[in-house]
Write a protein that binds this ligand. Sequence first.
Ligand code: GLY
Ligand code: MN
Ligand code: MN
Length: 439
Amino acid sequence: MSAKINAQEFARRRKELMAMIEPNSIAIIPAAEEKTRSRDTHFTYRQDSDFYYLSGFCEPEAVLVLIPGREHGEFVMFVRERNREKEIWDGYRQGPEGAVENFGADDAFPIDDIDEILPGLLESRDRVYYSLGRDPNFDQRIMSWINTLRAQARAGAVPPGELQDLDHFLHDMRLFKSATEAKLMRSAGEISAQAHIRAMKTCKPGMYEYQLEGELHHEFLKNGARAPAYNTIVGSGKNGCILHYIENTKKLESGDLVLIDAGCEYEMYAGDITRTFPVNGKFSEEQKALYEVVLNAQYAAIDAVKPGNHWNQPHEAAVKVLTQGLIDLGLLEGNLDELIADQAYVDFYMHRTGHWLGMDVHDVGDYKVSGQWRVLEPGMCLTVEPGLYISPDNENVDEKWRGIGIRIEDDVLVTTDGHEVLTASVPKTVEEIEALMAS
Ligand code: GLY
Ligand code: MN
Ligand code: MN
């Protein structure tokens, strides 16, 4: 598990982006901000995905600037200066020297000098590309740099006339994973898979949901994945019906299912897996019946992941199997096509079948192009995660079904001839799960 994005790949991404934007433009990308957790303690810092994608640089208080065609270099960075005192307390900093030497910047300046230098870089550029409206503070800073130039108009300064959103170009690039990115996503998927196996093997009645969370996170960390890609969900019994349940405080009861939605972040790439299994190792009749409907829906949806199919086809495949299953079990009554057209399933299945997956768990990239569902192409990566959630308060169904929540989620890469499931090593059939839990 040692693939890494190298300097050439970061450079290639910058070049590709610069080739996409209009000539005589400038693109500006800020680093993520540090966030306070309590008083003087911060949340673990995590670089902004766009910033990292173009630089590999992990420090806060930095701004990356791309200026295609600039004579003195197209790639400019503003970073924190080195500071002996601060480095003793808080760790090593690259400084402008390191940004040039280790990160390929053509020019690098102290971040404290940005208000003096950036207006000069904007001067005579027609267009500024940045992520419009994502961070109000940064929007304001861009405007203040442009206003600095406007104030100098009589001295001949020419401010840019257009602001344009950068996300569209950059996020389309991020949607297609390179060979190295696919390797990292395989690692994220495999570490996440091992964590789920560990949770299944450890689980027994009387434990608490957070103890399974601990097992998962132990496996992540042990394998160099220093953080979960999102807050881990361990929902037992009716908590499995709460889609984003993250309290994880309940005692695990024999006879209940437990739904675990957890994935690690490895080298900035996310895994995202859900498995649902019986706390005591054996599915009840009702649990098994519903589980097999969800599993068959997931198989049908995964089958629909291939080049040439469009984004919504896996969802449509899942909805069809889920609705038929609900009819077969007596939870819905009526004609399959009509129930699908009326979205009768939404009482039991209220989310979509997946999302793009990459550096962000709900990754970037458009789902529609010119009003049409996007066609799947090799290199795209998505989750496939159908579920059924029978609300504990649903009085329209037989009591025996109430409070059962099931989701099954895998990560799938579109390949030239179909797909590759990146998270296939965690068992998901009833037989496989029961065998693993008995071992
Ligand atoms: N864990 C969030 C999701 O599955 O989308
Ligand atoms: Mn998930
Ligand atoms: Mn997901």
